[in-house]
Design a protein around this ligand. Structure first.
Ligand code: PLP
Length: 444
C-alpha cells in the first residue's frame, strides 16, 4: 500500500512544495498532508484507507456534503453533452438569474447583472478592475488580514503607519502595484475616515470580506459594513463585498442577506456596489462570479471598456454543479449546517474549558474558529494584529490529536471550520470522542 508520506515525497519532486495550493502543505501544523482518494457526505478517505470526518469541506464549497448524488448526476449528464463549447449555454443564464433572485433582503436585490468566472481570485480581480474603470480612479482600500485571492494588487501588506501606501506582500509583486493598495486595520472607522479625507478623490473602491474568515473568523462589528458603504458612496467610490467564502454558505443570500435581514437597526442596512462569489456557487467545480447593478456591470466588455474574458468561463459542467447545489440549498440545508456548527463549536469550547485552555469562539453565521489566549476570554479580537497575538503554538498539537481521532481540521489556526448538511449524529459523535484528548494536547 502506498502511504501519504510516500506520495508527499513523490509529489515534492514534481510540484513546488508537493502541493498545488500552499495551505494544503501542512506548513503550520507539520507532517505530511493526507492524499485524498475519495470523499462522500461528511467524510474524506485517504490513500491509506483511513476515513476522517471532514471539517474542511474543500475550503467551503461542499455545503451539501461531498459528492451529493444529485450534484454528481447533474455533472455526469452535462459531461455527456460535451465538456466546453466556448459559446453561450442556457445554463449560464439560469445560474445568473438564480443568483440575482437569491441575493435579496427586505425586498432589495443588489444584483442586476452577473458575470461567471472560474475562481474567486478572478472574481475579485475583475471587480477591482471594473471599479477602477467605472470610477476612473486608481487607489484601492483593503483590510489587513483579509484575503481576496492572489492577484498582485491584493497581495499588499500594510505600510508602517496609517494611510501609508502599502508594500508588496509577496515577492514578484512590484512596489508600483502594491502602492495602489491602501491597507487599513479592520473594524477601525477612524482609519477609514482619515484615509478618505486624505485620498478620497483617488479611491476607486473599498474591498472587504463580508465577514472576515481568512485570519480565523472575525466578523465585522455591527454597522461596520454599512459605515464602509456610506463612506465610500459619499466620496464617489464603490464598495466591493467579497462573499467568495461567505456567499451561499452562511445563508441563502450570503452574509449580506444575513446581516441585512437580521439587523434590527435600520442604519446597519447597506447596499454594496459589487459582490463577488466563489466556492459554494460552483458546488465543488471551478466556478465563481461577480455581480452588481447594471450601470456598473455593463462597463464590462463586450458592452463597455473594461476588459475581462475566459476560455472556460461559465463551463457547462461547473454551471451544472452550481445550479444543482444552489437549487438544493434550501432553508432546511442552512438549518442543518447552522445546528451542526453550533453543536461542534460548543462541544469544542467545552473541551477546551475542561482542559484549562483559555480561548474564545469566533463566529460568523455557521463559520467559526478559535483564538487562544487569556486576553480573548474577556475581549473579542477586532483586528489582524489582535489575532496574531494569540497562542498559535497550541493548534498543531490539537490538530494532530484530532486527526489521530479521525477528524480532519483545517491545517491552520487562521482558517474557519466548515460544516456541511451531511454532518449527521454519527459524524458529530466522532468529533465529540476525539475532542477531550485533543484539548489536553492543546493544553500542554
Ligand atoms: N476571496 C475570499 C474571501 C476567499 O476566501 C478566497 C479563497 O479562499 C478568495 C477570494 C480566492 O478564491 P479562489 O481560491 O477561488 O481563487
Amino acid at each position: 500500500m502506498i502511504t501519504n508520506d510516500q506520495l508527499f515525497e513523490a509529489s515534492s519532486l514534481s510540484l513546488p512544495g508537493g502541493v498545488n495550493s500552499p495551505v494544503r502543505a501542512f506548513g503550520s501544523v507539520g507532517g505530511s498532508p493526507r492524499f485524498i482518494r475519495s470523499a462522500s457526505g461528511a467524510t474524506v478517505t485517504d490513500v491509506e484507507g483511513t476515513t476522517y470526518v471532514d471539517l474542511v469541506a474543500s475550503w467551503g464549497p461542499a455545503l451539501l456534503g461531498h459528492a451529493h448524488p444529485v450534484v454528481v448526476e447533474a455533472v455526469q449528464q452535462a459531461a455527456a453533452r460535451g465538456l466546453s463549447f466556448g459559446a453561450p449555454t442556457a445554463g449560464e443564464t439560469e445560474l445568473a438569474q438564480l443568483v440575482i433572485d437569491r441575493v435579496e433582503s427586505n425586498g432589495i436585490r443588489p444584483l442586476e447583472r452577473v458575470r461567471l468566472v472560474s475562481t474567486g481570485t478572478e472574481a475579485t480581480m475583475t471587480a477591482i478592475r471594473l471599479a477602477r474603470g467605472y470610477t476612473g480612479r486608481d487607489l484601492l482600500v483593503k483590510f489587513a488580514g483579509h484575503y481576496h485571492g492572489h492577484s498582485d494588487g491584493l497581495l499588499a501588506a500594510a505600510g508602517s503607519g496609517l494611510a501609508t501606501l502599502a508594500l508588496p506582500g509577496s515577492a514578484g509583486v512590484t512596489e508600483a502595484t502594491a502602492s495602489q493598495t491602501i491597507v487599513l486595520p479592520y473594524n477601525d472607522r477612524a482609519a477609514i475616515t482619515e484615509v478618505f479625507a486624505q485620498f478620497g478623490d483617488r479611491i476607486a473602491a473599498i474591498i472587504t470580506e463580508a465577514a472576515a474568515a481568512n485570519m480565523g473568523v472575525l466578523p465585522p462589528e455591527p454597522g461596520f459594513n454599512a459605515f464602509l458603504a456610506t463612506t465610500a458612496h459619499s466620496h464617489g467610490a464603490l464598495l466591493i463585498l467579497d462573499e467568495v467564502l461567505t456567499g451561499f454558505r452562511v445563508g441563502p443570500a450570503g452574509w449580506w442577506g444575513l446581516e441585512n435581514s437580521t439587523s434590527s437597526a435600520q442604519e446597519h442596512r447597506y447596499l454594496p456596489d459589487l459582490i463577488t462569489f466563489g466556492k459554494v456557487i460552483g458546488g465543488g467545480m471551478p466556478l465563481a462570479a461577480l455581480g452588481g447593478r447594471a450601470a456598473v456591470m455593463n462597463s464590462l466588455a463586450p458592452l463597455g471598456p473594461v476588459y475581462q474574458a475566459g476560455t472556460l468561463s461559465g463551463n457547462p459542467l461547473a454551471v451544472a454543479a452550481g445550479l444543482a447545489t444552489l437549487r438544493l440549498a434550501d432553508a432546511e440545508v442552512y438549518r442543518r449546517v447552522d445546528a451542526a456548527a453550533a453543536a461542534v463549536s460548543n462541544a469544542t469550547s467545552a473541551a477546551f474549558d475542561a482542559a484549562g485552555v483559555a480561548h474564545r469562539v469566533q463566529r460568523a453565521g455557521s463559520l467559526f474558529s478559535f483564538v487562544f489566549g487569556e486576553q480573548f476570554v474577556t475581549a473579542a479580537p477586532k483586528t489582524y494584529d489582535d489575532v496574531q497575538g494569540q497562542e498559535t503554538w497550541r493548534y498543531p498539537a490539537f490538530f494532530h490529536a484530532m486527526q489521530d481521532g479521525g477528524v480532519a481540521l483545517p491545517p491552520s489556526v487562521f482558517e474557519a471550520w466548515f460544516l456541511t448538511a451531511a454532518h449527521d449524529e454519527a459524524a458529530l459523535g466522532t468529533i465529540y470522542e476525539a475532542l477531550p484528548a485533543a484539548a489536553q494536547a492543546a493544553a500542554l
